[in-house]
Design a protein around this ligand. Structure first.
Ligand code: LMR
Length: 389
């Protein structure tokens, strides 16, 4: 049976992690996968999370099952962070998921259960795993160009003409903030246009928000999503705490739904619970329990907000340093979050890997915050040299 399986290309980001880990050159700069690194190049456990884990270890008396929705207090506490002024809207309901990827899979399977013929509009480039997740739900994907790599700007006219021509009931995948891989986020006016058009045309926004707080600020990064919630009756939100709480491997996320009526959201959540039961039965607890502990303690919450601010400031400092190094890199200072794209093809990316031990995705996407302080000037020198050909 298993020998009949065709060969498969491994996920390029996972392959890149393995390749970078195997490289023993001391000068290695790994700006591949999206993890935060501090000035020393470490991915620390946040102070607040570590303290929460200690409290959990001391207080937790059972590892008994919590049920399919996971830690309900965790999802409750997320509401004000993610939804802001909409936190009290009882038409919004959520479930804990294994990371943002689990939320995406669950959300798209729900879309397929509601309408197997629903189309999903996806701006390209996008996170490499978006397409496989949508395809796994057997939904049709309609691609449009989101980002102009030559001009380094969003192709907003193209996006709007896609939305204007879409069919009522089409699902539109949107990056809530810190666009992955381009770092090019919609501005406030563009979000308002998108929200208005989606509402007017009866489109269903599916917002993937995985980097809240790492772009402009915790509330600022959710502004687009909140505008969408104000305008649209049906909204699907895949959310992740993996990056903003630094709990990557613990896989902490949530899926939230909003419909026009509380009763319909409840019904949709029954389906969500059934699909989640088939996929993972119950979500892993530890990371979500740590996040919940941070959020329910004023001191830990304040410390988390301070650390999140430190991470965001470091991202924006490195962005500014790269942008100031060469006018051709100025756009990096206008973008947000962990990622931006450099104007390199796969051959140039390979050369950087071989010659300078710099690891980035074949698309030219690099993790702005992947390098230690001492590596920043070497990184800039290497990419400027590569741009000069
Ligand atoms: C990334 O894009 O690097 C992260 O979202 C990690 C992942 O799962 O791909």
């Amino acid at each position: 049976l298993l020998e009949t399986l065709p060969p498969i290309e491994s996920d390029s980001l996972l392959a890149l992690i393995a390749m970078a880990n195997a490289d023993e050159r001391p000068e290695k700069i790994d700006v591949g996968v999206g993890v935060y690194r501090d000035g020393e190049g470490r991915t620390p456990i946040l102070r607040a999370v570590k303290a929460a884990e200690q409290r959990l270890w001391e207080a937790q008396e059972s590892k008994g099952y919590l049920g399919g929705f996971g830690d309900r207090r965790f999802t409750e506490l997320l509401r004000s962070i993610v939804f802001g002024e909409h936190a009290g809207d009882d038409r919004i309901m959520g479930i804990q998921t294994p990371g943002g990827c689990g939320a995406l899979s669950l959300g798209f399977k729900l879309v397929a259960a509601a309408n197997p013929k629903a189309r999903v509009l996806v701006g390209t480039p996008t996170w490499p795993n978006h397409m496989p997740v949508i395809e796994a739900a057997e939904l049709e994907i309609v691609r449009y160009g989101y980002y102009d790599r030559d001009q380094r700007i969003i192709r907003f006219d193209e996006m709007m003409s896609m939305l204007d021509g879409a069919r009522s009931g089409d699902v539109v995948l949107l990056h809530g903030c810190c666009h992955n891989p381009t770092g090019a986020d919609l501005d406030d006016d563009q979000w308002a246009d998108v929200a208005r058009t989606m509402a007017h045309r009866g489109l269903v926004p599916f917002v993937d928000i995985a980097y809240q707080g790492l772009g402009r600020g915790l509330d600022e990064d959710a502004g687009g999503l909140r505008g969408i919630l104000a305008a649209c009756d049906e909204v699907i939100v895949a959310q992740s705490c993996d990056k903003n709480f630094g709990v990557y491997r613990d896989r902490v996320g949530s899926l939230h739904l909003k419909t026009a009526r509380r009763g319909s959201t409840g019904l949709a959540m029954d389906h969500v619970a059934q699909i989640a039961r088939e996929m993972w039965s119950m979500p892993p607890d530890h990371g979500a329990a740590a996040v919940r502990t941070v959020l329910e303690n004023d001191d830990l919450r304040a410390d988390w907000l301070a650390e999140l601010g430190e991470m965001r400031d470091r991202i924006n400092r490195i962005r500014s340093a790269i942008a100031a190094a060469d006018p051709r890199l100025a756009y990096i200072g206008r973008q947000f979050g962990m990622f931006s794209m450099l104007p390199f093809d796969a051959v140039q990316v390979r050369q950087l890997r071989e010659r300078s031990a710099i690891y980035m995705a074949d698309s030219g996407r690099f993790n702005v915050i992947g390098m230690a302080d001492e590596a920043v000037s070497r990184f800039i020198a290497a990419i400027v040299e590569a741009m000069n050909g």
